[in-house]
Write a protein that binds this ligand. Structure first.
Ligand code: AMP
Ligand code: ZN
Length: 488
């Protein structure tokens, strides 16, 4: 079986050849932890979780590194008023590292809710300041960077003059880039407007600052990913992923830094996940067209008519290929819910199917398996894979109705393949599994008792049930479809 991956650098699908046979080094740009992740961010991380699960299922030993940006992802101009961490610390009256901790915890909670596996290494930018200073020094020594007024910039023209090509990933032409940029950044510190900061001098108001050979400052955002990916995966590694919007300048800068430092391309396969839109508009905090994951799950929002379970959200996301734009809407979620319920029902039905001695049906498990794996290995084509799962679903219901038969061997094969694809590869969970079945049933009993208390106007008891559960971190919500709970 050959795995094909769409490489953004080549602009085409390529046969995947890892550097070390059987092993994959994969780096994905993580979140900037100064606010809650929105559902769009989740889509990107979920796409790479599916890719990670697929690679592992296909037999690769994967080292998956996803960073936490807790410094450095600032507006490039170094203006303290544009520093996202500084802004948020003022707004919330918290220390920078309190902000970092608060939103890192939130990020982990959200991803766990959608059943994302943790990466093997989750390094932070603040934990790798030394490495970033060393890289900056190396770039200065090699003539690719220069100091200016306590900041250090990467010299893009110098890079290109040595036969390298800044713009190779985003297919941008350096002359056009120069023509289209006005020098608003860097207060004239840069030789050229396209030069990007490796190290930025801290103004007196900057609270996140470190000592360096150039005075007190903080690292540039692009540099942290080069520092951490090199440290944990090597100077050249297999796969680098991130959202489409990171192609330029972030990933372009990573390539330049890697090539300038190590005389080698840092990444063999660049993978970019496409954006989530809501009602046909890109999801983004800045435009206000966004929803927090929890708001979709609790139903507390103005976009969707009912709450949707995290497993259904996950299923909805996987129904689109990671390279396609996915538009989330009420109708799309309702359709996904129907599909998800039918898929899970088929899994249950298959558990009760009895095999026949002889097979008469025209459904070939072998052929079906081949088609499913062809989809998976064709650049991780989840929608086509799911379409094949539904062929099996149709067959399973025909088995239930006695319209088809299956041999013992085929039944075992179908069960194990279906389970592996649904639960291990797509990472879906049954609603009961996601909620913890026993706990789910217990809480349903308590919700029922509370409803009865309310009906008989025993508000003391109904409030007691709600408050005692809340004290245990279980919040009851009265939604449009009745009461449900959230585990905090
Ligand atoms: P940030 O925390 O802003 O660095 O973003 C974290 C990740 O979410 C990046 O890989 C972005 O490309 C990705 N991202 C941001 N907005 C969207 C969106 N609307 N849909 C999908 N991914 C997104
Ligand atoms: Zn990055």
């Amino acid at each position: 079986m050959q795995l094909k991956i769409y490489n953004s650098l080549a602009g085409a699908k390529e046969i995947f050849k890892p550097i070390l046979e059987g092993n994959v080094g994969m780096y994905v740009c993580g979140p900037t932890v100064y606010s809650n992740v929105h559902l769009g961010n989740v889509r990107t991380f979920l796409s790479f979780d599916f890719i990670y699960r697929s690679l592992t299922h296909l037999g690769y030993k994967v080292r998956y590194v996803r960073n936490i940006t807790d410094a450095g992802h600032l507006t490039d101009d170094g203006d303290v008023n544009n520093d996202r961490f500084v802004k948020q610390t003022r707004l919330e009256k918290l220390e920078p590292m309190e902000i970092v901790q608060k939103y890192t915890v939130d990020f982990h909670k959200v991803l766990e809710m959608f059943n994302l596996l943790p990466p093997n290494i989750e390094p932070t930018a603040t934990g790798h300041i030394v490495e970033q200073i060393e890289l900056t020094q190396k770039l200065i020594e090699k003539g690719f960077a220069y100091e200016s007024n306590g900041s250090v910039y990467f010299d893009v023209l110098e890079y290109n003059s040595r036969g390298l090509n800044y713009g190779e990933l985003s297919k941008r032409n350096i002359e056009e880039l120069f023509a289209n940029t006005r020098d608003l950044d860097g207060q004239g510190e840069k030789k050229n407007p396209q030069d990007f900061a490796l190290w930025k001098k801290a103004s007196p108001a900057h609270i996140m600052r470190w000592n360096s050979p150039w005075g007190e400052g903080f690292p540039g955002w692009h540099l942290e990913c080069t520092a951490m990916s090199t440290k944990y995966l090597g100077e050249t590694f297999d796969i680098h992923g991130g959202g489409m919007d990171l192609k330029f300048p972030h990933h372009e800068c990573e390539i330049a830094q890697g090539k300038a430092c190590n005389d080698a391309a840092p990444v063999n396969y660049w993978m970019h996940a496409n954006m989530l839109t809501m009602n046909s508009q890109r999801m983004s905090k800045s435009t206000g067209n966004y929803i927090l994951p929890m708001q979709l799950v609790t139903g507390e929002n103005d976009f969707f008519e009912k709450p949707f379970h995290p497993s259904i959200v996950r299923f909805c996301f996987l129904q689109a290929h990671y390279r396609s734009v996915l538009d989330i809407s009420n109708d799309a979620m309702i359709a996904s819910e129907k599909g998800f319920v039918r898929l899970m029902e088929a899994v249950k039905v298959l558990g009760n199917v009895t095999p026949a001695d002889e097979k008469q049906s025209g459904f070939s498990i072998e052929e079906w398996k081949n088609k499913a794996y062809d989809a998976l290995t064709d650049d991780f084509n989840s929608p086509v894979l799911i379409a094949h799962l539904f062929e099996a679903v149709k067959y399973i219901f025909a088995l239930k109705d006695g319209k088809e038969t299956i041999t013992t061997k085929d039944l075992e094969d179908l069960r194990s393949t279906l389970h592996a694809l649904i639960f291990d590869v797509l990472g879906l969970q049954t609603i009961e599994e996601n909620n913890n079945e026993k706990l789910d049933q217990t809480l349903k009993v308590l919700i029922e008792l509370r409803n009865q208390a309310r009906k008989s106007k025993n508000f003391e008891l109904s409030d007691q049930i709600r408050d005692k559960l809340l004290a245990e971190g279980i919040e009851l919500k009265d939604g449009r479809d009745g009461t449900f709970y959230i585990l905090n």
